[in-house]
Design a protein around this ligand. Structure first.
Ligand SMILES: Cc1cc2nc3c(=O)[nH]c(=O)nc-3n(C[C@H](O)[C@H](O)[C@H](O)COP(=O)(O)O)c2cc1C
Length: 206
């Protein structure tokens, strides 16, 4: 069965970000895709120290939720990252988690579908949305989009539910993501994954 991981980057287990993620998840489920939600934002997750040990071991030296999530991510067909907007940016704990998750894992993420969503009282949504999407665009991952940038507005889940357009954007995202995942599965069968060139790092040295 196809599967999507959903990451709640808010410290609030059942807050606004969760409410938006749930709207996406139930749409994915209705489309026959299994979902699993992982709560990250309340955890004590430190940032990457750039030790590069993961290059040899294939996992992070800090053996916490990052390594636990890595195997689930490997088995998933897609991932949805949700964050509350903090000072026009993503939640710091979530960024520490994502830096370490994406940097420490060497499995092929090609054509796993990514999507991100943000929740804010008022401002900083698109900057945060762009920040989160950058993990996908360095990982050969196509991004599922919606009818608008994936944002909901509110300080409480009740306010988010009153954001009728925001909730619709989440459901559209779920349907578009399901379609992409199913289409990619067919495409992989018919054409296989795109050919990869050997990596040629140049580090701006000439
Ligand atoms: C430290 C902090 C910074 C915040 N910065 C912003 C901000 O820049 N723009 C905004 O509209 N809301 C801001 N908020 C409000 C939250 O983004 C908003 O309430 C969000 O929906 C909370 O989601 P949650 O219930 O999932 O935690 C901030 C909240 C906190 C705690």
């Amino acid at each position: 069965m196809m599967k999507v991981l959903l990451i709640n980057g808010s410290p609030n287990a059942k807050g606004c970000t969760y409410t938006a993620l749930t709207e996406v998840a139930s749409t994915l489920e209705a489309e026959g895709i299994e979902t699993e939600l992982i709560h990250v934002g309340h955890k004590d997750i430190r940032g990457c120290i750039g030790c590069r040990k993961c290059h040899t071991t294939g996992k992070c030296v800090f053996d916490d939720l990052v390594n636990e999530t890595a195997s689930k991510f490997e088995e998933s067909d897609g991932i949805v990252i949700g964050s509350p907007v903090y000072y026009a940016s993503a939640n710091g704990t979530l960024i520490s988690f994502l830096d370490r998750l994406f940097y420490s894992t060497s499995f092929d993420k090609s054509m796993k579908v990514g999507a991100s969503l943000v929740s804010a009282r008022r401002g900083g949504c698109t900057a945060t949305f762009d920040e989160l999407n950058k993990y996908f665009t360095i990982s050969n991952m196509p991004i599922a989009s919606s009818q608008y940038w994936n944002q909901v507005h509110g300080n409480t889940p009740e306010e988010v539910k009153k954001d009728i357009e925001g909730c619709q954007i989440m459901r559209t995202l779920g349907r578009n993501m399901a379609f992409l995942i199913k289409s990619i599965a067919l495409g992989k069968e018919k054409y296989g994954l795109p050919e990869k060139e050997p990596f040629t790092p140049t580090n701006f040295i000439r």
